[in-house]
Design a protein around this ligand. Structure first.
Ligand code: V47
Ligand code: SF4
Length: 368
């Protein structure tokens, strides 16, 4: 790290530098200093130092598609532009795939050398655990080698409720069907007051954490997300990260942390402005530093756009997610890139333009 003396004379910055170099956990107060008092240049150098120690010059991407089986949802999160009420029709913009539809969609990607299918969608009131397990079987029947990263903790919580069974049972049935890992969605912000405001009655923080803990104990790894840039405070973001860090200390089961920037088109919070790119970069750097025990920090280009995703590689990010192949609508419906698709050539060049080495990875970050 090449920090000038001017910064190191500040005792708060000097103490943060020491903690980072010793790879120890930063405190909540240090997190607040990072958000509110630390120059962006210092943050950038600290986060890049930490990233480099873990990953050297490597930056990762994968070949994936998303399956969003339905956008009908029993919840109505205020930040969400994707959901439709369960009784909505095609005319209202709702969809609801059958297993045959999913099989047909998968058939379009036979030549794509995919390594991952990411499945998530609305919380449909009419589907039971067996149907969701059959969906995983449909994918595995078609592509036995593919990694299935499926269902947020919110979807899992609803399956348990609907089938009147335990989280452990739901996850065991899904694992038996071929589930390989859980995506990080549904975490939003853990603070119960903010969560109630933006995400209504969906699974509270302790359920989200319990579901990920149970998955880890069953040998199913997962990711963690944080939805930022709406009505939450820096304190809320730090509280969120520290709860994830604590679970990671216990289980070690999180692969990646994924900050998700709130996008403000076509939803009930559209009156809120989006945060600036500088705020995004600061948030990535703070995430890298606070979550010293989670190896990968992902900038999901679909949500962020190419330019900011590329810049984020200088602020602690080591992963840009995948090719996606225009298979997700969650972000395009909220005002992000309309047809999210990128070739491996394009994603590799985003990485090499930052003097990093592009590494195609599988879902557990082994080089392909
Ligand atoms: O939980 C919904 C978010 C998440 C908006 O694990 C929004 O690899 C911003 O979790 N503005 C689902 N965010 C997507 C998700 C995800 C994405 C990519 C990779 C992985 C992974 C996980 O999308 C939801 C919510 O936090 N979201 N609407 C919006 N308007
Ligand atoms: Fe439903 Fe998920 Fe949208 Fe909330 S974020 S309304 S749970 S689809």
């Amino acid at each position: 790290m090449n920090l000038s003396q001017e910064y190191l004379q500040n005792p708060k910055i000097a103490s943060i530098v020491q903690t980072v170099v010793q790879e120890e956990p930063l405190s909540f107060e240090q997190g607040m200093q990072l958000y509110t008092e630390t120059p962006l240049l210092v943050l950038q150098q600290l986060a890049d130092f930490r990233r480099r120690k873990l990953h050297g010059d490597n930056a990762y991407y994968n070949r994936n598609i998303h399956i969003e089986p339905t956008n009908k949802c029993v919840y109505s999160c205020k930040f969400c532009s994707f959901y439709r009420k369960p009784k909505a029709t095609e005319k209202d913009g709702a969809w609801d795939y059958s297993l045959e539809d999913v099989d047909r969609i998968l058939g379009d990607y036979e030549q794509a050398n995919l390594t991952e299918v990411h499945v998530t969608g609305g919380v449909h009131p009419g589907r039971d655990l067996e149907w969701w397990a059959d969906l995983i079987r449909t994918i595995k029947n078609k592509y036995p080698q593919i990694h299935v990263k499926a269902y947020t903790a919110v979807e899992i919580a609803f399956m348990a409720r609907k089938s009147k069974t335990t989280i452990h049972h739901v996850l065991s049935v899904l694992k038996e069907a071929g589930l390989d890992s859980l995506p990080g969605g549904g975490a939003e912000i853990f603070n119960p007051v903010v969560r109630k405001k933006i995400a209504g009655g969906k699974a509270p923080a302790n359920h989200w954490l319990e579901i990920h803990q149970t998955a880890h104990e069953l040998g199913v790894q997962s990711n963690a997300t944080m939805l930022y840039g709406h009505v939450e405070s820096f304190e809320d973001r730090l509280d969120h990260m520290l709860q994830i860090r604590k679970l990671q200390e216990k289980t070690g089961g999180f692969n990646a942390f994924i900050p998700l920037k709130y996008r403000n088109e076509n939803n009930a919070l559209s009156y809120l402005p989006e945060v600036s790119i500088e705020d995004d970069l600061r948030n990535y750097a703070v995430s890298r530093l606070m979550l010293h025990n989670i190896k990968h920090l992902k900038a999901y280009w679909v949500m962020l756009g190419f330019e900011t995703a590329q810049k984020s590689l200088l602020y602690g990010v080591d992963d840009l997610d995948g090719t996606v192949n225009d298979t997700t609508k969650i972000y395009s419906m909220a005002g992000s890139i309309e047809n999210p698709v990128v070739t491996t050539q394009q994603i590799r060049s985003l990485i090499t333009q930052n003097a990093r080495v592009p590494v195609e990875r599988n879902s557990v970050y082994e080089a392909v």
